[in-house]
Ligand binder design. Structure first.
Ligand SMILES: *Cc1c(COP(=O)(O)O)cnc(C)c1O
Length: 234
């Protein structure tokens, strides 16, 4: 068995175990394989193991792989990095999901740029749940207002929330932030029932995120190995 196959299987087993430990159906948690900085042939190897959803952080790095793998017609590309407005067209024209929407201005651009030949772009609002000043994301108090303005843009489909919690080894602090996200997600769904995705949990904390209600974990390192070169800012 190849190393990547071993890594992939051990991640899917961890995911299943984490669901079993808190009495959740494994089908209720999507695995997003975060392939940023990794080459297209590695993505294809993981696709061949059955994985369909891949996450990319850099517009050009992602676009190169989308082009190289265009023969895989059921692969699903999620953009999960910070998005500058001058790069929004590439995301609008080539990705299936954007998980880091946090501004109305970008939402309007994406709405105008999304081709009519494609289904609406699925979007998650990135929430700055730790309230750290330098961090991207909409503050919890502003989620509903942004959700409202997206609801009027028919080329976008609001699907839920995403967060990158504070970088800490303190599981209690992390759990508090994950639980706050879960509460926010439930609140959002009262007005926007289709916004039921909650993207949280990475290689180091997927068990805790699942126990707190995550419906999508984003795993890079534990599938693809350590990132081996600093991706150039695209
Ligand atoms: C890189 C990245 C991940 C994956 O992190 P790992 O620790 O490598 O699993 C998940 N989410 C986002 C937003 C990322 O940028």
């Amino acid at each position: 068995m190849s190393t990547i196959q071993q890594h992939y299987q051990s991640v899917t087993q961890r995911l299943q175990q984490a669901c079993a430990d808190c009495g959740r159906d494994p089908a209720s948690v999507r695995l997003l394989a975060v392939s940023k900085t990794k080459p297209a042939d590695m993505v294809e190897a993981v696709y061949n193991l059955g994985q369909r959803a891949f996450g990319e952080n850099y517009v050009q790095d992602g676009m190169d792989k989308i082009t190289a793998l265009s023969h895989l017609d059921d692969i699903e590309w999620h953009f999960i990095g910070p998005l500058q407005s001058n790069k929004s067209r590439i995301v609008a024209e080539h990705f299936h999901w954007l998980e880091t929407l946090d501004r109305e201005k970008i939402a309007r651009r994406l709405h105008e740029q999304r081709p009519h030949t494609m289904p609406p772009l699925n979007v998650l609002l990135q929430v700055n749940i730790s309230g750290e000043e330098q961090k991207s994301g909409v503050l919890p108090a502003d989620v509903e207002a942004l959700a409202q303005s997206i609801a009027s843009l028919d080329r976008l489909q609001l699907r839920g929330l995403m967060c990158i919690p504070e970088h800490t080894d303190d599981n209690e602090v992390l759990a508090e932030q994950f639980r706050a996200m879960k509460a926010l997600s439930q609140q959002l769904q009262q007005q926007h029932p289709q916004a039921d995705v909650l993207s949280m949990g990475m290689s180091g904390d997927l068990e805790l995120a699942i126990a707190c209600g995550s419906t999508e974990v984003r795993i890079g390192t534990d599938i693809f190995g350590a990132r081996d070169y600093p991706a150039s800012k695209s």
